[in-house]
Write a protein that binds this ligand. Structure first.
Ligand code: GDG
Length: 497
């Protein structure tokens, strides 16, 4: 089997034996170990000047990491990726800014990374690129003559065309995305937004078999919802339930009900609205005073991007205000913890709680919602309150689905979740565990990679056929002329899988 080359903005820190935190890291590492391959991307370090990748081999996986200069970091990462694309793709145009120099930096870093990757790949490798930092990466690879199949997976939402068009170089970006052989999204809705952009702009059209002809190229588009390993999480949650911090929280609660929330500190996660809906519950249902606590764990991220500093101040203010209003000598309604916790411990805290409260304003998938369900004791599971704007809402039919902009609805859902009878909780939990098992992390990875391999096979067969036809009939060569508009060679019209 051909080697896998994974390209992502960050390469997860290499710690043999210790599972890396996020879904991407766990899923990708398994795939790399299976076939052998390379994981290429930013080391997380800021360096004085750009240099060749640092190569570290562990078993059959090669980690190839590069540092970013301060200028690259400011323009590509902090700037265009996280101050333009991230807010816009999460429908926060109000927080998005555009700076031409930052965009130039984004393009420059993508080109530089593609050039560095070129030296590491072999003709049979397949390349899997991740996320919004790398939208133009395949286009840069093609410009350098890299012919390997290249697939792309977007972890965050893809906005509707009207919103996408607020990013000034939108057309360039989408054209660049059409250089991939596969573009994968978390949900059907994201996939549809991408197709709508192409069709409404008259840049191409979708065909009936999941292909898109866009900007003169043929690519496959699909929804590949990312999953988790629910049984491994269930086991960890149970095993860690006796650890000291979990016991301490259980003792401190003294029979009070617990609502748990865990998110990176990010404005897309809807934390302020969540606190306010909890406040409304306390206001409308005073019977819950002293009987329920909300624990919000929110490790800070991207703290050098200005909007992230503001959200931190705002949330500290909100938690303080609500606690000041309702707290009693022996009860603090909201415990707001601005730090990172051990992953297994988080799963045990989920298991201890009666309600999982996951209400992003917009989220590609949201793995926390899935992890919450998997962590529960099937005999006495907690209930999940989940935003309709998380990709996970499509896949968790047993959740209480809410609109995070409707504080009254959220506070009613909280009350319903806190009072839900055991039989209903068990039935809802079982309804959610089945799809989590069916669409686990391996299924996500394998379905994407199997589609990418099909593209590779179809492309090589087409090339062979075209070569044979061309050798037999010189006039048939006109069929492989570069496309008039893009200069790209036509792609195979149909790909199975
Ligand atoms: C992006 C997309 C998509 C959180 N706090 C701690 C901690 N976490 C872990 C969670 C979970 C992960 O981080 C967060 O994943 P999410 O999916 O919830 O959100 P993003 O970070 O925004 O991820 C998202 C995802 O990519 C995958 O495609 O679902 O939509 O935005 O696993 O448990 N882990 C540890 N300590 C913490 O304090 N160890």
């Amino acid at each position: 089997m051909s080697r896998l080359i994974v390209v992502s903005n960050r390469v997860a820190p290499i710690q043999e034996g210790k599972p890396a935190a996020g879904g991407l890291a766990i899923g990708v590492l398994d795939a790399l170990k299976e076939t052998g391959g390379v994981w290429f991307g930013w080391s997380g370090e800021i360096v004085g000047e750009a240099s060749a990748p640092v190569i570290e081999k562990r078993g059959n996986v090669t980690y190839a990491t590069v540092g970013l200069t301060r200028r690259d970091y400011d323009q590509y990462y902090r700037g265009f990726s996280n101050a333009t694309l991230w807010p816009t793709f999460h429908y926060r145009n109000d927080l998005s800014r555009f700076d031409r120099e930052e965009y130039a930096g984004y393009a420059r870093v993508n080109a530089g990374l593609a050039a560095k990757l070129k030296a590491l790949i072999e003709p049979d490798d397949i390349i899997w690129v991740h996320d919004y930092h790398l939208l133009p990466f395949a286009q840069e690879c093609r410009a350098l003559g890299i012919k390997n199949p290249i697939g792309f997976f977007l972890h965050i939402p893809f906005p509707v065309p009207e919103v996408m068009r607020t990013v000034p170089p939108h057309e360039e970006l989408i054209q660049a995305m059409c250089s991939y052989d596969i573009v994968g999204f978390q949900t059907q809705a994201d996939q549809q937004s991408f197709v709508d952009y192409i069709e409404r702009g008259k840049f191409g059209h979708a065909t009936d078999d999941g292909m898109v002809q866009g900007f003169g190229r043929m690519l496959k588009v699909g929804a590949y919802p990312i999953g988790i390993y629910p049984d491994a999480i269930a086991k960890a949650a149970e095993q860690f339930s006796n650890r000291k911090p979990v016991k301490s929280l259980r003792d401190a609660l003294r029979g009070r009900k617990l609502i748990m929330s865990v998110d990176r500190l990010d404005y897309s996660k809807g934390l302020a609205e969540r606190f306010q809906a909890f406040e409304r519950l306390l206001l409308n249902a005073p019977g819950w005073h002293g009987r329920v606590s909300l624990v919000q764990i929110a490790p800070p991220t991207r703290s050098d991007v200005q909007t992230y500093q503001r959200i931190r101040q705002n949330l500290e203010g909100e938690a303080g205000r609500i606690n000041g209003r309702f707290a009693q000598l022996d009860w603090t309604p909201i415990q707001y913890l601005n730090r990172k916790y051990d992953r297994n411990l988080l799963m045990a805290l989920f298991r201890l709680s009666q309600v999982g409260y996951v209400t992003p304003l917009r989220d590609g998938m949201n793995l926390v919602a899935k992890e919450y369900v998997a962590s529960q004791d099937p005999a006495d599971p907690g209930a999940l309150v989940l935003s309709q704007f998380a990709g996970a809402a499509d896949q968790l039919p047993g959740a209480l689905i809410v609109n995070p902009f409707d504080l009254s609805q959220m506070s009613e859902a909280l009350e319903r979740a806190l009072s839900m009878p055991l039989a209903e909780r068990q039935a809802r939990h079982a309804d959610m565990m089945a799809p989590l098992r069916e669409n686990n992390l391996s299924v996500w990875r394998d379905s994407f990679l199997s589609d990418l391999r099909s593209v590779a096979t179809a492309a090589s067969m087409t090339q062979k056929t075209v070569k044979q036809v061309a050798e037999a009939k010189p006039e048939a060569r006109s069929e492989v002329k570069p496309d008039a508009k893009s200069g790209a060679k036509p792609r195979p019209a149909k790909v199975s899988g």
